[in-house]
Design a protein around this ligand. Structure first.
Ligand SMILES: Nc1ncnc2c1ncn2[C@@H]1O[C@H](COP(=O)(O)OP(=O)(O)OP(=O)(O)O)[C@@H](O)[C@H]1O
Ligand SMILES: [Mg+2]
Length: 244
């Protein structure tokens, strides 16, 4: 198991219990999707794994997070990033006034890599997202929503993660663009062998590229299943509270 969350609880500001004992397993090479309604605790799971909760005055107050067998809960986010876990946050956080290429290079600062090697990595990424190559001198703030999503995923990939944490990549994208992003995410998983823990509200998009799904409601795992054979429309009705 590449990543294991064992009965983790997360509290914010020492009072708000956002996760109430969540157990999730992410096998190496798989795509595991976390589904759930607004406020269920999906992003909190990714923030706990990446250590970012500390910045928001949150902490794992119970349970364990294991990455490649090592405990990582409540570790410093920079230390976790160096252990090859990369988070793409909700809302496409990038450097709006820097160019596409400059944004891509920011992520390599923690790698201290050679220039030539970084150039090669850029070319690999441009194969997945050729539009970014065309736009590499464009200021990132002027990219379309879909292009920005491709850029933040690419920024994360530049750190060469073993585990990629993706928070709602389809949010606010037109259906066709969201499909394009998901098909690239699938290719990245298959070709670069990157293990992916994905948070989504869109089950129809995420199910076909996932091996396992978890439904989170109110800080708890309400349902866990292999993705195969599950219909996106059925499962989304379930977690969006529109019936069973
Ligand atoms: N920094 C924070 N400080 C205090 N409470 C927080 C913080 N971040 C999240 N919460 C609370 O924790 C709960 C879970 O939030 P979280 O962002 O994980 O939900 P989510 O499933 O990602 O929702 P959405 O689909 O809207 O993104 C919510 O009740 C939220 O208000
Ligand atoms: Mg969220």
């Amino acid at each position: 198991m590449l990543l294991e969350l064992r009965k983790i609880e997360v509290v914010y500001n020492n009072v708000i219990l956002a996760l109430k004992g969540v157990t999730i397993e992410v096998p190496e090479g798989n795509v595991v999707t976390i589904l759930g309604a607004n406020g269920a605790g999906k992003s909190t799971i990714l923030k706990a794994v990446s250590g970012i909760i500390a910045i928001e005055n949150g902490k794992v107050s119970n349970g364990e997070i294991l990455f490649a067998g090592k405990r990582i809960e409540n570790k410093d986010p920079s230390e976790i990033a160096r252990s090859e876990i990369s988070l793409v946050m909700e809302g496409r956080e990038l450097f709006r006034t820097l160019t596409v290429e400059e944004n891509l290079k920011v992520g390599t600062l923690i790698r201290r890599g050679h220039k030539r090697e970084i150039g090669k990595d850029l070319e690999v990424i441009f194969q997945y997202f050729p539009i970014l190559k065309e736009r590499k001198r464009q200021v990132a703030g002027t990219l379309s929503g879909g292009e920005q999503q491709m850029l933040v995923i690419s920024m994360a990939l530049m750190t060469k993660p073993k585990l990629l944490l993706l928070d709602e990549p389809s949010l606010g994208l037109a259906p066709l663009i969201a499909e394009l992003v998901f098909s690239e995410v699938e290719d990245i998983n298959k070709n670069l062998k990157t293990t992916i823990l994905l948070v989504e509200q869109n089950a129809s998009l995420s199910l076909p590229i996932s091996q396992y799904i978890y439904v989170i409601t109110n800080g708890l795992v309400a349902y866990k299943s292999k993705a195969e054979g599950i219909k996106g429309t059925d499962i989304s009705q379930y977690y969006l509270g529109m019936g069973a």
